[in-house]
Design a binder for this molecule. Structure first.
Ligand code: G1P
Length: 292
């Protein structure tokens, strides 16, 4: 069998962002900035750093600023050029050349499985990545790059996972899994449950918003009936996939933030601000002078 590589990444970005109202009323939550870059740009950059050349953003009504963000901006570029702001000019231009970005609309918010299904035609018959832009992973190499490395070995579906504490498991897809005999970062998945109650959770291994999926997932999604929350759940489609193919969990190294949540967003902001070339040192100094 020829080795398959991951060239395409799907980024679902059609949700309402209710946890971020009122900020997300007229601005997509994916466009909220962590220091100076919108959340979704972190996802796109992580996919590109993992070797993806084609990014498919699943979008919806009221979200066109994402398309403007990744497009050329001739007026802004001309103004920056005229003022000799070369650094900013390069920065602005580089966003439009990050990758081949396509957009597909999800007409109704029917769930994550349904959002991924919207990308079926653009993905075609090859394995692909899914990144949920709310999950920001600070890692070097990036989380998806780590998973692509594991995919070279498994050539099978891989789910980013981490162990979460106590009742938090009921916020996630949860794995029933055992350690892989040969690779300490991989878990052999036997079953999956979306948002189990803490009593019913088969483990504390949560799925995070990073997936490498084989194209058979689309047929599994097409056969889904509504699951947790009345939505077409990607987790349920992966459980159906288990009847045909192996599925692995992958214990990434890095720090993840749920930036779709106010607290997680603030924590990510502090982390990224402290690392930031321009404001990092001054921000650290200021924090040290504060009495909390
Ligand atoms: C989604 C998935 C869930 C996964 C989570 C990771 O849930 O359905 O399986 O654990 O992302 O962030 P959501 O957070 O969209 O409710």
């Amino acid at each position: 069998m020829t080795q398959q590589t991951i060239r395409k990444a799907v980024i679902p970005a059609a949700g309402f962002g209710t946890r971020f109202l009122p900020a997300s009323k007229a601005t997509p939550k994916e466009m909220l900035p962590l220091v100076d870059k919108p959340l979704i740009q972190y996802g796109v950059e992580e996919a590109v750093a993992a070797g993806c050349t084609d990014i498919i953003i699943v979008t919806g009504r009221g979200k066109t600023t994402m398309e403007d963000h990744f497009d050329r901006s001739p007026e802004l570029e001309a103004a920056l050029e005229a003022r000799g702001k070369t650094h900013l000019l390069e920065l602005v231009r580089s966003i439009a050349t990050l990758a081949n970005i396509s957009y597909v609309r999800q007409p109704e918010a029917l769930g994550l499985g349904h959002a991924v299904l919207m990308a079926k035609q653009l993905v075609g018959n090859e394995p692909f990545a899914v990144l949920l832009p709310d999950d920001i992973v600070h890692a070097q190499p990036g989380c998806l790059a780590q998973m692509v490395g594991a995919f070279a070995e498994t050539q099978a579906t891989i789910l980013g996972t981490e162990v979460v504490e106590g009742e938090a498991i009921s916020l996630y897809g949860c794995l029933d899994c055992t350690p892989h005999p040969a690779n300490t970062r991989l878990l052999a998945v036997h079953n999956l449950v979306e948002k189990p109650s803490p009593e019913q959770a088969p483990s504390q291994n949560a799925i995070i918003g990073r997936y490498i999926l084989t194209p058979r997932i689309f047929a599994m999604i097409e056969q889904l009936t509504p699951g947790a929350g009345g939505e077409l759940q990607l987790t349920d489609a992966i459980r159906a996939l288990l009847k045909h193919e192996k599925v692995f969990g992958f214990q990434y190294t890095g720090q993840r933030y749920d930036a779709g949540d106010k607290l997680g967003f603030l924590q990510a902001t502090v982390d990224f601000a402290l690392q930031h070339d321009e404001v990092g040192p001054a921000f650290r100094k200021w924090l040290q002078t504060q009495q909390f």
